[in-house]
Design a protein. Structure first.
Length: 78
């Protein structure tokens, strides 16, 4: 198993916030600073978030940057 696969299997917290003014959802991973996306529907936002997480982790690996481990203390209620 490669490093990317190992990180993708970690249960990072995904937060979805509905945009009550314009519609759709913003999605982000609190542990992965700057890993933010959006989608017009809940499903689209989740799918985009999974793609964004993969790209974010891939970029960190390529640049030799630190990738945080999953923080078991992080959770959100929305």
């Amino acid at each position: 198993m490669n490093r990317l696969d190992e990180y993708l299997k970690l249960p990072y917290t995904l937060v979805l916030i509905p945009d009550l003014e314009e519609g759709g959802f913003t999605a982000y991973f609190p542990e992965l600073k700057g890993c933010v996306t959006c989608g017009e529907t809940y499903t689209e936002a989740v799918e985009n978030a999974m793609d964004a997480k993969k790209e974010w982790i891939t970029a960190c690996i390529e640049e030799g940057l630190n990738i945080p481990e999953h923080d078991e203390q992080t959770f959100s209620w929305y």
